[in-house]
Design a protein around this ligand. Structure first.
Ligand code: G3P
Ligand code: MG
Length: 243
């Protein structure tokens, strides 16, 4: 399997996470793909942001689910980067439309359910995919595996990946049962034998979040697709390794 480099929340080591500038920087760094987090606003619009609240990453305060999309658009998602221009929290539709101009860019949509009504999440994300999806290859992941099962029911053609902080027992069986094809596993649990076992079962193993140079070298030389905050660093190491 090809060893891909996904920019985690975009090039979030150097740009504000989950923003258009971080995604654009990932493309400039020659990342193969971008990973980003999705939640619903009060009025059911899928937006791209990691935390349940806007406190850490913007100049506002409060829960995403308490704001409509129009209200959220007032806040600056680049607030922690005063040297950069202000940016809005992107909507999923905006990111998909932008990504369509880079058709080879892989997209990993991570659905954050955070106690949200799952059918509401599935319906809202499905609608945006139907209206806006271009030619990019998409994989949908979530720590909430019930959401994944529902997404797969709604879109049998969609690629699904099980996201987990800990290793699964007999992962290939668990993954197959969900109709998934990918295993997104936290890096401390990833070793060369784990990669070989999983990949020989035909499952795509992708690991998060790999930033350290030594770890990047190991994971890439083992043939493991990674999520990194520093795509430029990862791409450079991959080319040094002649992979
Ligand atoms: O999808 C991989 C990774 O993003 C999962 O963790 O908390 O960074 O969304 P988190
Ligand atoms: Mg994520």
């Amino acid at each position: 399997m090809t060893t891909m480099i996904y920019a985690h929340r975009g090039a979030s080591g150097t740009y504000p996470e989950n923003t258009m500038s971080a995604f654009q920087a990932a493309v400039l760094a020659s990342a193969d793909g971008i990973e980003f987090d999705i939640q619903l606003t009060k009025d059911g619009v899928p937006v791209v942001i990691h935390d349940e609240t806007i406190d850490r990453t913007t100049d506002g305060r409060g829960a995403i689910s308490d704001y409509t999309a129009a209200e959220l658009a007032r806040f600056n998602a680049a607030a922690r980067y005063p040297h950069l221009a202000p940016e809005r929290i992107p909507t999923l539709a905006e990111v998909l439309a932008w990504a369509d101009t880079y058709p080879a860019l892989l997209l990993n949509l991570e659905l954050k359910a955070y106690g949200e009504d799952r059918s509401r999440v599935v319906a809202a994300v499905s609608q945006v995919l139907q209206e806006t999806k271009g030619s990019n290859e998409i994989v949908v992941s979530s720590f909430d595996h019930i959401v994944l099962a529902h997404m797969k029911e709604a879109h049998p053609e969609l690629e699904i990946a099980v996201l987990t902080m800990g290793p699964l027992f007999q992962p290939e069986k668990y993954i197959e049962n969900l109709g998934a094809t990918g295993y997104h596993l936290w890096s401390p649990f990833v070793t060369e034998p784990v990669i070989q076992d999983v990949q020989s079962a035909g499952v795509a193993l992708r690991s998060f979040t790999v930033n350290d140079e030594r770890q990047l070298r190991d994971f890439l030389s083992w043939g493991c697709t990674i999520f990194t905050d520093f795509p430029e660093r990862a791409v450079k190491i991959r080319s040094e390794l002649r992979l």
